[in-house]
Design a protein. Structure first.
Length: 133
């Protein structure tokens, strides 16, 4: 299922679809990471890489930190246990390095300070991924 297509505007229809995702305990991010692990763990691939563009780290109007961070970290841990390498491009300026490290692990996230530099940040993350094998 597609929550939002790249060419689709972010509107109330997208918000409604996103609202239909049931959180596991405290956070939708953890739910998504669990689902991703289930879907891709059995797929054959030389290397399985998941890059998440994080607009808001494990937090929305109904779910608050720190419980949501712990749930996202458990989902990320499940992905790693299934052989999936999880990396993040973080757009959330309120997310501390400690929180990002708790969820993604040291060296598995890249902070995007300015959206105009998103392309450069993605390239830097690609370099990290490329040389981490």
């Amino acid at each position: 299922n597609v929550l939002k297509d790249f060419s689709e505007p972010y509107d109330t229809k997208v918000e409604d679809r996103m609202g239909m995702i049931a959180p596991i305990l405290h956070c939708r991010t953890g739910s998504v990471y669990h689902r991703f692990a289930d879907m891709f763990s059995e797929r054959p691939a030389e290397r399985k890489i998941h890059i998440d563009v994080v607009s808001q780290l494990a937090m929305d109007s109904d779910y608050k930190r720190p419980e949501s961070i712990a749930m996202a970290a458990r989902g990320a841990s499940l992905e790693r246990a299934c052989g999936i390498e999880l990396f993040a491009l973080c757009l959330d300026k309120s997310a501390s390095s400690e929180m990002l490290t708790e969820v993604y692990g040291s060296g598995h996230f890249f902070r995007v300070e300015d959206l105009e530099n998103l392309d450069r940040s993605a390239l830097q993350l690609y370099r990290v991924i490329r040389f981490s094998s």
